[in-house]
Design a protein around this ligand. Structure first.
Ligand code: UN1
Length: 512
C-alpha cells in the first residue's frame, strides 16, 4: 500500500483502546503528535500545567514514603507483573512504537523486549540489594553498609527509545523503593500513555493479589520544556535521569548540581569503529550496516565514524557503498524495510546541513538524498549517507542524529586510537579485528575512552545486562544492568558497638 493511503490515526486509536487508554487522553488537547511514517497527525494530547506537575510530584513523594516500607522482593513482584503485562502486549506496544517513532517492526518489538528484559533483571535484583560488611579496626564492633530508597526519581526520555529508556530507569528505581515521575519526549507521548496504562494494569493485579502499592507510584507528565524544568528544580526529586542531547544535559546538569541533586545523564554519542587489516570483512560489513543505518541512524549508539585501515579500505568501502545504495527504505511497518523515516523535518534539515558542511570540508558524499517524497510529502525518508572524509574535521566531530557515516582511512594503530578518542563524546565504540593485541589494547586503559567498547560487533544494540552510558559529553551516567541500581539508592555506613567499652577510631583518647 502506498504510504499516503495509510490510516495510522485509526490504528493508533484501536491499539490505545485495547491497552486501556481512553480517547480523551489523546484527543482535543494542545500537543499534536505526528507519525513520521506519514507525517500526519495521530493524536492531540492535553498537557500538564506547572501546577498539575507539582501536584503529581507531591503525589509521587507521598507514594515514596509508603513504598519504601514494602520489602524489596515484594516490590519486585510488581515489576514481575509489569513484565507479564509487557509480554502480553508486546505486539501492540511494539507496533505503536513503530508508528510513533518510525522504527521497523523488529526494532519496535525489540524495544519492548528490552523492557521485558529489564523487568526480569529488576525482579532478580529486588532480592540482591546487597551492602558489604567491612572489617572494623575496633574490637566488638561491626561495620556495614546498607542501601536505602532515595525518593522520587525523575525520568526524562528521548523520542528514539520512547519507552525502553523509561523502563531501564523505572524498573530499577521501583524495586529500589522509589517512586517515579516520567516526562517523555513531546514527540512520543502516545507510547508513554500506553506504557503508563500497562503499569496501571500491573498495579491492579498486584493489589488484587494482596500487594501494597500506594497511588501515584509512577506518574506521567505530558508537556514541553517548562514542565521538565519543574521536575528538574523540585526539591522533592533527589535524582533525575535524563536522556537526550548534550545541549539538554548542559541545561539539566547544572540545575541539578545547584541544589545538590543527583543526575544520570545519557547524552550524545559520536560512536566509532576501527576496521583493522585482519578484520573479517563479511562480518564487518553486516556489523557496520546495522550500526550505521539501523533505526535510520537515530540511536545514541549509532555508528557515525568509521576508521578503515588502508590495506582493506578498497575492499570494504565499495561493498559498503553498494549496501548503502541498495538498502530498502520505506514504510517501516512493511516486512523487508530496513530503514524507516527520520523523526521530522528538523532532523532532515540538520542532516542536509551536516552533509553540506562535510562537502565543504572535502568530503565525498554518496546518498543522503530525500526518498519517497512523492508518496509521503509530509514525511522525511532519506537514503543513508556514506561520506568519505579526508580527515576528522568539521561535522565529523558533532553528533548529527541521522544516518550519516563518515569513513576515514588510517595506517597506524596508535594514531587511530588517538583519533578515535579525539571527539567530545564518549558513549560507544568498537573494533573489528582478529589481532589479539589490537583487540585487547582497544579494551585496555589506553584504548577506547567510551562507556561501551566492543570487539567484532558494532557499537549499537547493547543488552540490558551491562551498565549503559558513556563518558565526557555523553554525561557519565549509567543505567540498566550491572550495579547501575546503586545510583537509585542512598548508601549508609553503619557502625555498631556490641561491647562495653568505647574504643575510638584512629586511637584517639578522649576520657572525660
Ligand atoms: C539510545 O539510543 O538512547 O544499545 C539507547 C542500543 C540500545 C539502546 C540505545 N540498546 O542501541
Amino acid at each position: 500500500m502506498t504510504i499516503s493511503k495509510l490510516d495510522l490515526a485509526s490504528e493508533v486509536k484501536a491499539i490505545l483502546g485495547d491497552l486501556g487508554v481512553s480517547a480523551d487522553r489523546y484527543t482535543g488537547g494542545t500537543l499534536a503528535v505526528r507519525s513520521p511514517i506519514t507525517g500526519t497527525e495521530i493524536g492531540r494530547l492535553k498537557e500538564d500545567s506547572v501546577e498539575a506537575t507539582k501536584a503529581k510530584i507531591d503525589g509521587a513523594h507521598k507514594a515514596f514514603k509508603e513504598w519504601r516500607l514494602v520489602p524489596g522482593p515484594k516490590r519486585g513482584e510488581l515489576i514481575r507483573l509489569l513484565g507479564e503485562e509487557l509480554r502480553a502486549s508486546k505486539a501492540a506496544l511494539g507496533r505503536l512504537v513503530s508508528i510513533e517513532v518510525g522504527k521497523i517492526t523488529s526494532e519496535g518489538l525489540g524495544e519492548v523486549q528490552e523492557m521485558i528484559d529489564i523487568c526480569d533483571f529488576a525482579v532478580g535484583l529486588s532480592r540482591q540489594l546487597y551492602g558489604l560488611t567491612i572489617a572494623t579496626e575496633r574490637s566488638e564492633h561491626r561495620m556495614m553498609e546498607t542501601w536505602h530508597p532515595l525518593g522520587v526519581v525523575g525520568i526524562i526520555s528521548a523520542f528514539n527509545f520512547p519507552v525502553a529508556v523509561w523502563s531501564w530507569n523505572a524498573a530499577l528505581a521501583l524495586v529500589c523503593g522509589n517512586s517515579t515521575v516520567w516526562k517523555p519526549s513531546e514527540k512520543t507521548p502516545l507510547t508513554a500513555l500506553a506504557t503508563q496504562a500497562l503499569f496501571e494494569r500491573a498495579v491492579k493485579r498486584y493489589v488484587a493479589e494482596g500487594g501494597v502499592a500506594p497511588e501515584h507510584l509512577s506518574e506521567l507528565i505530558i508537556g514541553g520544556r517548562e514542565i521538565g524544568e519543574v521536575l528538574v528544580d523540585n526539591p522533592k526529586v533527589p535524582l533525575v535521569s535524563a536522556t537526550g542531547s548534550t545541549a539538554m544535559g548542559r541545561s539539566v546538569g547544572p540545575r541539578l548540581a545547584q541544589r545538590f541533586a543527583r543526575a544520570i545523564l545519557e547524552l550524545g554519542g559520536n560512536n566509532a569503529a576501527i576496521v583493522s587489516p585482519t578484520a573479517d570483512l563479511d562480518l564487518t560489513l553486516r556489523g557496520v550496516a546495522f550500526a550505521a543505518m539501523g533505526t535510520a541512524g537515530q540511536r545514541c549508539t549509532t555508528l557515525r565514524r568509521l576508521f578503515v585501515h588502508e590495506s582493506v579500505y578498497d575492499q570494504l568501502v565499495p561493498r559498503l557503498q553498494k549496501a548503502y545504495a541498495s538498502v530498502t527504505i520505506g514504510n517501516p511497518l512493511e516486512t523487508g524495510t530496513l530503514v524507516g523515516p527520520l523523526i521530522d523535518k528538523g532532523s532532515y534539515d540538520k542532516m542536509q546541513g551536516a552533509l553540506s558542511e562535510a562537502k565543504a570540508a572535502g568530503g565525498k558524499v554518496t546518498g543522503g538524498e530525500r526518498a519517497l517524497a512523492d508518496d509521503a510529502s509530509d514525511a522525511y525518508y532519506v537514503r543513508p549517507a556514506l561520506v568519505e572524509m579526508p580527515s576528522q574535521t568539521g561535522p565529523v566531530e558533532n553528533e548529527t542524529f541521522a544516518p550519516i557515516l563518515y569513513v576515514m582511512k588510517y595506517s597506524d594503530f596508535d594514531q587511530v586510537l588517538e583519533l578515535h578518542n579525539a571527539v567530545p563524546q564518549g558513549l560507544s565504540s568498537s573494533i573489528f579485528t582478529n589481532d589479539l593485541r589490537e583487540a585487547e589494547t582497544f579494551l585496555s586503559d589506553r584504548g577506547s575512552d567510551c562507556g561501551i567498547a566492543n570487539v567484532n560487533i558494532g557499537p549499537s544494540g547493547a543488552e540490558i545486562g551491562g551498565a549503559f552510558g558513556g563518558e565526557k559529553e555523553t554525561g557519565g551516567g549509567r543505567e540498566s544492568g550491572s550495579d547501575a541500581w546503586k545510583a537509585y539508592m542512598r548508601r549508609a555506613t553503619n557502625t555498631i558497638n556490641h561491647g562495653k567499652t568505647l574504643p575510638l577510631a584512629q586511637g584517639v583518647k578522649f576520657d572525660v
